[in-house]
Design a protein around this ligand. Structure first.
Ligand code: DX5
Ligand code: ZN
Length: 219
């Protein structure tokens, strides 16, 4: 499967959100990556339902919702109703992860679990068959524009290896500091979806950068 590109709306110009959403619509991007931060799980606050509903109104591609919040269970149905196609919760934020994952499925969404840079992929072994996607954080969550943590490559390889036995259709997404410099290595390690915030929106031509990321030869 050709890798997918998910531009992170966090790096968009919020005063020109409709313009930036339409740019992504007309680009080769595959998903909208929507980062929700609560100021508790991560040391930053991004946006909530009103902004997500505004994104949904114009977005012509699936919303890939990354919840960096404590107690995500209480908001799963509202995120589904607000238009999420994929809901990803953090391993570190869920005491009863299996229950949370079942709630996401019951709400009609694809299920993702994210792991922070310090969290070993092996901890996902007993939940892996229940997941559509694992998001491997390649920076500490909270901010766009951070530097990629190189050990992520090893984690993606280990996860792909583990998934090949247990859940071969697992989608592996990598989030943080991804760009032209590391995308090929990540895809070769087993990643399928690459989030890109700063790499896209700090470029003078975001639409061309999305094409460049999408068309990179990873064979
Ligand atoms: C970080 C977010 C990321 C971020 C990626 O907490 O989860 O999705 O927006 O941005 P870049 O690509 O700039 O690292
Ligand atoms: Zn994210």
């Amino acid at each position: 499967m050709k890798h997918l590109i998910a531009p992170s709306v966090l790096s968009a110009d919020f005063a020109n959100l409709q313009r930036d959403i339409e740019m992504i619509n007309s680009s080769e991007a595959d998903w909208f990556h929507v980062d929700v931060m609560d100021g508790v799980f991560v040391p930053n606050i991004s946006f909530g339902f009103p902004v997500m509903e505004a994104i949904k109104k114009y977005a012509a591609k699936p919303l890939d919702v990354h919840l960096m919040i404590v107690n995500p269970d209480q908001y799963i149905e509202r995120f589904a109703a607000a238009g999420a196609s994929i809901i990803t919760v953090h391993y570190e934020a869920c005491t009863h992860l299996h229950r949370t994952v079942q709630a996401i499925h019951a709400a009609g969404c694809k299920t993702g679990v994210a792991i922070n840079p310090h969290t070993p992929v092996g901890l996902l072994k007993d939940i892996l068959t229940d997941l559509d996607l694992v998001l491997v954080m390649s920076v500490n969550p909270g901010f766009g524009g951070q530097k990629f943590i190189p050990n992520t490559i090893n984690k993606v390889k280990e996860l792909r290896n583990m998934a090949s036995q247990i859940n071969p259709r697992l989608v592996i997404e990598v989030d943080g500091g991804v760009g032209l410099h590391n995308l090929t290595e990540l895809v070769q390690a087993g990643a399928n979806v690459l989030v890109a915030g700063n790499a896209v929106f700090a470029d003078e031509s975001p639409i061309q950068m999305i094409s460049a990321l999408k068309e990179l030869d990873t064979t």
